[in-house]
Design a protein around this ligand. Structure first.
Ligand SMILES: C[S@@+](CC[C@H](N)C(=O)[O-])C[C@H]1O[C@@H](n2cnc3c(N)ncnc32)[C@H](O)[C@@H]1O
Length: 436
């Protein structure tokens, strides 16, 4: 896209859609290739999108960063394409998941551990149930919210599986099986399937934890062997030099000044998903969550933030949007969001080399009847702190990939093919900004 043409537009929505970025021909199986399908993470990238951005904007050996790494899509694609992948996320589950998805493990070791787990769990869940349940009760984190989400028998079986996983000595293998465990938790709980808001469904069909756990583990071992075959031997042997993942804030990326070539990221949206709430099931089991309300405050875009007073947002459009929302909670939330994003952009500037690019995938939203033009605001903020616009791609989100189609009455995710529904974010933008 010719940038001078973009300058004439009033809003980005008039930029013609570039359908080569839709990846609509990719099946769900394609997008879950190698380690990408281990855990259902909301609003994750299509790996092929991250891969194309990496290939077009960096070369082998370069540093590629995702400060909002989520399920680790960018980091996985970076190492698969022989780059150094660095990522941060404030959510411990995202960190654990990204670590597991990028850690090579000998497949024979995984198979051996799977066989031991299978053998022990069959006997513990059948013959020696009471003995192992007592043992599990002694080490399980005490959290009354576990009882809120799990029926007693499900909780018992899960705690026997969980404590057996914790007995695994090798950290990488233990974490691998913890992710398999995390992935089955929703199906074993009474969490209303596919709901954006944490809601209970007391009539939900509940599945057997052991059957689900073994099935998920088997699937992941198969995918891990595909990953193992694809990864360059030098990267496999020196993985800690080629990928750095950290549970940390996007404003504290583990990378030296002026060294990275590329950033590929999709930031959180303002009050769209409460990531802290969505990941509370594994967070509770793994003992990451003592106080849900404190946990929420760390997330950018969360509704749970204090007023930070007057802040220079470095965007006149952002000021206008905040003014339109008014001096109330909503206005404060959006102001905090743009302020937090501005701080993240300054961190991106710190780590990027001159000429390095930040590819930011973002859509526009509506909040209380006010258009939140995230993409336009981000571009203005970035240009005001020392970036120039290299390109803006307007892409369609194929309906099968669209996680955000929701029924406004029930809050549930629903199939995007339902003609009565308005798509939440049918298109989005890829801002490609270059550091001056
Ligand atoms: C849209 S998701 C990213 C998904 C990712 N592109 C993927 O493919 O899985 C946004 C992420 O931002 C993270 N996040 C929110 N606030 C953060 C903060 N202050 N620092 C770092 N990450 C944060 C959320 O936990 C979430 O994982």
């Amino acid at each position: 896209m010719n940038y001078t043409k973009i300058l004439e537009q009033t809003t980005f929505s008039e930029i013609p859609i570039d359908y080569t970025w839709s990846f609509s021909h990719k099946t769900i199986k394609d997008t879950a290739y190698i380690t990408h399908g281990y855990y259902t993470y909301p609003a994750k990238f299509i790996p092929q999108l991250a891969a194309r951005l990496i290939q077009e904007n960096s070369k082998e050996g370069d540093i590629v960063i995702d400060p909002f790494m989520g399920s680790g899509t960018t980091v996985v694609e970076s190492i698969v394409h022989n780059r150094i992948g660095i990522g941060t996320d404030i959510n411990e589950i995202a960190y654990l998941l990204s670590k597991v998805k990028t850690t090579p493990i000998k497949i024979s070791d995984l198979l051996q551990e799977f066989s031991n787990l299978n053998f022990d769990l069959q006997s513990r869940l059948n013959g020696q149930y009471d003995y192992f349940l007592k043992k599990a009760e002694q080490i399980l984190p005490k959290n009354e919210r576990i009882d809120y989400w799990f029926l007693p028998q499900q909780k018992e079986k899960l705690s026997i599986i969980f404590t057996r996983i914790l007995e695994i000595k090798n950290n990488d293998i233990r974490d691998f099986f913890l992710i398999a465990f995390a992935q089955i938790l929703k199906s074993c709980s009474i969490w209303l399937q596919k709901s954006v808001k944490p809601t209970r469904d007391l009539h939900k069909k509940i599945y057997d934890p052991l059957t689900l756990f073994l099935k998920q583990s088997k699937k992941m071992i198969k995918k891990h062997s595909e990953f193992d075959r694809l990864l360059n031997q030098n990267i496999k042997d020196n993985i800690d030099k080629f990928r750095i993942v950290k549970c940390d804030d996007s404003r504290n990326v583990p990378c030296e000044n002026n060294t990275a070539t590329l950033i590929v990221t999709s930031p959180p949206y303002v009050t769209s998903y409460e990531y802290a709430d969505l990941h509370q099931l594994p967070s509770m089991w793994f003992g990451y969550l003592s106080e849900l309300s404190e946990f929420r405050k760390k997330f950018i875009g969360s509704a749970y933030k204090e007023d930070r007073g007057k802040i220079d947002l470095k965007s006149s459009l952002a000021e206008k949007i905040v003014l339109q929302l008014g001096e109330n909670k909503k206005g404060r939330e959006v102001k905090n969001y743009f302020a937090d994003m501005l701080e993240t952009f300054l961190e991106m500037k710190r780590v990027l080399k001159k000429g390095g690019r930040a590819c930011i995938v973002i859509g526009n939203t509506e909040f209380c009847g006010v258009q939140i033009l995230n993409a336009e605001v981000f571009q203005e903020q970035l240009e005001n702190i020392g970036f120039e616009t290299h390109d803006i791609i307007h892409r369609e989100i194929p309906s099968k990939m669209l996680p955000s189609t929701r029924d406004t009455n029930t809050g549930q995710f629903v199939k995007a093919t339902d003609k009565n529904l308005k798509l939440a974010y049918p298109t989005e933008y890829i801002l490609i900004m270059e550091k001056l």
